[in-house]
Design a protein around this ligand. Structure first.
Ligand SMILES: NC(=O)c1ccc[n+]([C@@H]2O[C@H](COP(=O)([O-])OP(=O)(O)OC[C@H]3O[C@@H](n4cnc5c(N)ncnc54)[C@H](OP(=O)(O)O)[C@@H]3O)[C@@H](O)[C@H]2O)c1
Length: 339
């Protein structure tokens, strides 16, 4: 049983703990929160026995193997640094880091701490259905592929506060916490493009800004050698569009690129062929299973191979996200910390 510590006590941590329980491979032991009261309130119902409001002490004294980091984006870097220095296995929520300078500093630190492992919680790429879809796109690419369109757009109830001028604004709508549509939902679209088509040669992002300075929604074009991929994402509107990959006369349709429950292949005769694969009730279960296999067998060659693959994907996604921001002149205070 892997002993689990957590940073961040919001809804996504509840979902992760539900998935962790389903795997039967983790037990929550330690909770860090900004206040001890909150750490206890959140952690006790899950059976946690250690509570901290001091991050250094959480890492040096806490009895856990794995730490799950689900704090605002701009805090991941310093928190993950501490975790690596304490030789932990780390699951960091997406987007793992704000820019390539942070990513590269983390990789150097990982090299100096060979017992530590770091994975980004890009949950959708770990599901059997998504893996089947990746294989189907690989087949389509062998014949004729003309790119795709990926949409991830959902109105955030937190935007109500921005509209109302109710300050302080939610973290995810602030530059200080490296928020905005690209960082929050766009990252799923970028993961989609990178896992299905690889690294684009050039990218451009056309954002619509919120009054807080972050991107509220936007459209990105990713250019590949023989096609383009359009990303359409946002937090201030609802979209009901599916995502699609275009062959010649055939098309692959995802109901959602990150909550993927249904993927349908339409052949040249417009006949629908649903891809068959089991879909877990909690969409974080497959990633938590995959991560447990890695953490339980960190030096097994098959696990090392998967780990390198996930880290490579995370690095590419981080780099594409940064290029998209650069193309739109979108900067965060965290970018300056690295210069
Ligand atoms: N994979 C997914 O589907 C998914 C879904 C949602 C979010 N996420 C990711 O999870 C991370 C957290 O997102 P979220 O929406 O939960 O963020 P959030 O509500 O803004 O904050 C998460 C936690 O961080 C702590 N926190 C909040 N404000 C803070 C501050 N000013 N300084 C220090 N700590 C603060 C709080 O924990 P305490 O009060 O206990 O300190 C809070 O519960 C993000 O990276 C996000 O992208 C992933």
């Amino acid at each position: 049983m892997l002993k689990l510590g957590i940073i961040g006590t919001h809804i996504i941590t509840d979902q992760m703990l539900d998935a962790a329980k389903t795997t039967g491979k983790y037990q929550l032991t330690a909770v860090y929160s900004r206040t001890l009261d909150r750490a206890k309130e959140f952690g006790e119902p899950y059976g946690a026995t250690e509570f901290y409001d001091n991050l250094e002490k959480f890492f040096s004294a806490g009895d856990f193997d794995v730490v799950y980091v689900a704090s605002p984006n701009s805090l991941h870097y310093q928190q993950v640094r501490l975790a690596i220095e304490n030789d932990k296995f780390i699951i960091v929520e997406k987007p793992a880091f704000v820019n390539p300078a942070e990513f590269s500093a983390i990789e150097s630190l990982l090299a100096a701490h060979p017992k530590a492992r770091l994975v980004e919680a890009a949950r959708h790429i770990h599901t059997p259905l998504y893996e089947r879809a990746v294989a189907k796109v690989a087949e389509m690419k062998e014949h004729h592929c003309q790119g795709g369109t990926i949409t991830v757009m959902k109105y955030s109830s937190r935007y109500d506060k921005v509209l109302a001028g109710d300050q302080p604004y939610p973290n995810i709508f602030t530059l200080d916490f490296a928020g905005g549509a690209l960082m929050d939902l766009g990252v799923y679209a970028v993961y989609g493009a990178v896992t299905l088509f690889g690294e684009p040669s050039t990218v451009v992002y056309y954002p619509t800004l919120a009054k807080t300075g972050v991107d509220a929604k936007g459209v990105a074009i990713l250019n590949y050698d023989h096609f383009t991929v359009t990303l359409n994402f946002g937090k201030t509107a609802n979209s009901y569009l599916p995502s699609e990959v275009y062959g010649l006369k055939d098309t692959l349709v995802f109901d959602s690129i990150f909550e993927t429950q249904k993927v349908t292949y339409y052949d040249a005769d417009k006949q629908a062929h649903p891809l068959e694969a089991p879909v877990a009730k909690n969409s974080m279960t497959d990633e938590m299973n995959d991560f447990a296999d890695l953490f339980n067998h960190p030096d097994d060659p098959a696990q090392v191979k998967k780990y390198q693959h996930w880290l490579g994907l995370a690095r590419t996604v981080n780099s594409v996200m940064y290029s998209l921001r650069q193309s739109a002149d979108l900067t965060f205070p965290a970018d300056n910390d690295q210069e």
